[in-house]
Design a protein around this ligand. Structure first.
Ligand SMILES: [Zn+2]
Length: 337
């Protein structure tokens, strides 16, 4: 009896250990979906970090052209200096923009434990949804992700965006959507749009704060971070951001163009500091460049669509996000109540 009991006990322990090993190894592997290639070329614009320029500058650029974009919000930065307020984020969503999660505190997720990643991804979604903001899709901070991060992302999101400088197709892993950063090289950006159109692929472009970089002459005084700048004769009103020293050019100045289009020769006056200067050269104007990219698509490729991430996933045929506690969403909106 005793011997028989010991054997039974040993078998039970073996079975239990086996079950434990299976569950530790991840009994539910992350589904990797491959779907049909889209029949139409797509472009998506994403603004990372939840800067308030998404609302103050970006919303108008896209609205004037009948388009929308995505704002990826880091929830700890909501309602902080130079970032979106809750009301601004809601206004973007009401205007058709997609609000995406960009974690709670913007860590490099690859350097975190699974529990930490789980918190960053679940909590940011919870916070956004608690504010009435849909957060179906994720943007990885610094684009950094690995298989563990992607697996956790698949628990809470329909997709996760990384970098990798590549185009997306139906064969793309939705938890590793590829993207390009927007560079201050209009010819290069147009070439990427051309390529997406020719290949009928999905081009995802991202950038951060929407600003202008200029070189100044005749400067007197020092501008104060955050102050209002008045530019004449262009009539531009701007918010001063900072200046950075470059060994070749000396100082470059950065500001957010809230209204108008800055021009070389404009005189800048700081409303608080009283400092003045003249614009010698505009190194880049992101407001103008974004507008030109959209106009380029409209002019050359009327059948190319500018979509949110959610719309891109729909058009490629990727399944809607599964809610563990709710029924699986279908392609139609369930808000017909
Ligand atoms: Zn970021």
């Amino acid at each position: 009896m005793t011997g028989g009991f010991k054997v039974t006990l040993r078998w039970m322990m073996l079975v239990a250990t086996g079950l434990l090993l299976v569950s530790c190894a991840g009994a539910e592997p992350r589904p990797t979906t491959t779907v049909s290639h889209p029949a139409i070329p797509l472009v998506t614009f994403v603004f990372d970090d939840g800067n308030d320029t998404d609302y103050l500058v970006g919303k108008e650029i896209f609205a004037e052209r009948g388009e929308v974009a995505c704002s990826a919000i880091t929830t700890d930065w909501l309602n902080t200096k130079d970032h979106l307020t809750t009301a601004q984020a809601r206004a973007l969503q009401a205007a058709g923009w997609e609000i995406m999660s960009h974690t709670v505190s913007h860590p490099n997720l690859r350097s975190q434990t699974r529990a930490e990643v789980d918190h960053e991804l679940s909590r940011s979604k919870e916070v956004l949804e608690g504010l009435g903001l849909n957060a179906t899709n994720l943007v990885y901070p610094y684009n950094k992700n690995d298989e563990m991060v992607r697996e956790v992302a698949s628990k809470y999101y329909r997709s996760g965006r990384g970098g990798a400088n590549a185009f997306n197709t139906g064969a793309t892993d939705p938890y590793f959507l590829k993207s390009f950063t927007i560079k201050h090289d209009l010819a290069l950006m147009k070439a990427q749009i051309d390529r997406a159109y020719a290949d009928k692929s999905w081009l995802v472009l991202y950038q951060h704060e929407i600003d202008v970089k200029v070189r100044l002459t005749h400067r007197e005084g020092t501008f104060v971070r955050g102050e209002t700048l008045r530019l004449s004769p262009s009539g531009t009103e701007a918010r001063y951001v900072t200046r950075l020293w470059c060994p070749i050019y000396g100082y470059a100045y950065y500001f957010v163009p809230l209204t108008g289009t800055p021009q070389p020769g404009d005189t800048i006056t700081g409303a608080t500091s009283g400092a003045t200067a003249r614009i010698g050269r505009i190194v880049y104007n992101e407001r103008a460049q974004l507008a030109e990219m959209i106009d380029y698509i409209h002019r050359n490729y009327p059948d190319m669509r500018i979509v949110t991430t959610e719309q891109g996933l729909d058009l490629l045929g990727f399944p809607r996000q599964r809610h563990p506690d709710k029924k699986i969403e279908t392609g139609k909106a369930s808000g017909a109540l």
